[in-house]
Design a protein around this ligand. Structure first.
Ligand SMILES: Nc1ncnc2c1ncn2[C@@H]1O[C@H](COP(=O)(O)OP(=O)(O)OP(=O)(O)O)[C@@H](O)[C@H]1O
Length: 191
């Protein structure tokens, strides 16, 4: 997805196309290979971990390692979408550590009824989305982590039930503080 961003050293000069390991310099071509390589990695077992910030970064690295040298690394520039600016880069680490500390205190949402899991997981996802730690690949990392979190808590997670437009609408709503559509979406895809 194309971001509103400052001049970005990660992009080819004079473009908004991210430098990539395949050296594809047009956005349509990059979108195509990025999706193909992502799908291969998404099909592999996802890195196991402690459901902490390091694990979250390892998931991003796993998914995007074939495409970007900086896979698993936090962005260094300010970015936003649709008029919403995400966390400034200098505060990303502190915010992510806080979010994952809260998740640990909540015992990783284990032992909850599905409705309560959905409400609390929606809050975690909304917070991570507001931080948007990576330059690209945040949405796919969020959903992959949600699947890991749901399965760890004993739920099954139905990827196929994810509707892109519904996810987008729910995430945008959550940015403005309305987490209910995101909670309803999560409740619909876990069992
Ligand atoms: N205007 C917005 N405000 C808040 N969040 C947004 C907005 N537009 C998109 N998002 C969220 O940002 C995430 C997408 O981030 P990013 O483009 O880095 O990830 P991606 O994996 O490359 O893209 P996608 O999720 O579209 O496949 C998604 O969770 C999406 O719902």
């Amino acid at each position: 997805m194309v971001y509103a961003a400052e001049a970005d050293p990660l992009c080819y000069p004079g473009t908004t196309v991210l430098r990539n390991r395949l050296d594809v310099q047009d956005q349509a071509g990059l979108d195509e290979v990025e999706l193909a390589l992502f799908l291969i990695r998404a099909d592999e077992p996802i890195a196991s971990g402690a459901l902490d910030y390091a694990h979250y970064k390892a998931i991003h690295h796993h998914l995007f390692q074939d495409i970007y040298d900086w896979a698993g690394e936090v962005r260094a520039i300010r970015i936003g979408k649709g008029g919403n600016w995400f966390c400034y880069p200098e505060y990303i680490d502190a915010e992510m550590i806080r979010i994952f500390d809260d998740l640990a205190v909540a015992n990783y949402l284990v032992g909850l009824w599905p409705h309560d899991f959905a409400v609390q997981a929606a809050h975690v996802l909304a917070e991570i989305n507001a931080v948007h730690p990576f330059r690209e690949g945040n949405g796919r990392t969020q959903l992959t982590f949600l699947a890991v979190l749901a399965e760890h808590a004993g739920f099954t997670f139905d990827d196929d039930a994810l509707d892109r437009d519904r996810v987008l609408g729910a995430m945008i709503g959550s940015f403005s503080g309305d987490e209910q559509p995101l909670a309803a979406l999560i409740a619909d895809i876990i069992a």
